[in-house]
Design a protein around this ligand. Sequence first.
Ligand code: HEC
Length: 158
Amino acid sequence: MNTRAKLLTASVMSAFVAIAIGATAAMAQMSGGQAGKARTDLMKAMSADNKIVVAAAKSGEIDDKAIKAAQNISDNAKKIPALFPAGTGDDKLRTRAKSAIWQEQTAFTGHAKDLETGFATLVSAAKAGDKAAVGATFAKASQACAACHKQFRGPELK
Ligand code: HEC
C-alpha cells in the first residue's frame, strides 16, 4: 500500500472507531497518531538527511553520500502536500500540523516547492564542485524547513 492509501485507510478507520465508541478525546489521539505517522516519518527521514548535508557543507567536502542525502530531501519534498490531507490538522487531531495549512494552502505548498528546488540546486552545485555555491545554496535551501515550521508547525506535543 502506498502512503496515501495508508493515510486514507487510517482516516476511514479512525472515523469508524469514533462512531463506534463515541469518545472524542480517545479518537483525537488515535487518529492523530495514525494520520500523522507517515508524515512524521518523512520529516524524520529529511532531518537525518539534512544532518548529513549540514556536516558536509560545514567541512566543504560534498561527497556522494551528501549529494544523495540532498537529492533525497528534494525528492521527499514532493511528497509533503499529499501527506497532509484535509481534516488532519490540530483543530481535529492530536498533531503539530496547524489548521492554517488548509487555510493557506498556497503558502504551504510553496514552502514544499522551495525545499524541492532549493535542494535540487544544491545537488547541481555539489556535482559541479562549486564550493562557494554549495554554502550559499545550502543556507537558502534549509531556510525552507524553518520557514514552513515557523508558519505551520505547532509546539511539541506533551
Ligand atoms: C511545507 C512545510 C514543511 C517543510 C518544507 C518541512 N517541514 Fe518538517 N514539519 C512540518 C509540519 C507541519 C510538521 C508537523 C507534522 C505533524 O505533527 O503531523 C513537521 C514536523 C517535523 C519534524 C518533527 C517530526 C516528529 O517526530 O514529530 C521534524 C524533525 C521536521 N519536521 C524536520 C524537517 C526538516 C529537516 C525539513 C527540511 C529539510 C522540514 N522538516 C521541512 C512542515 C514542514
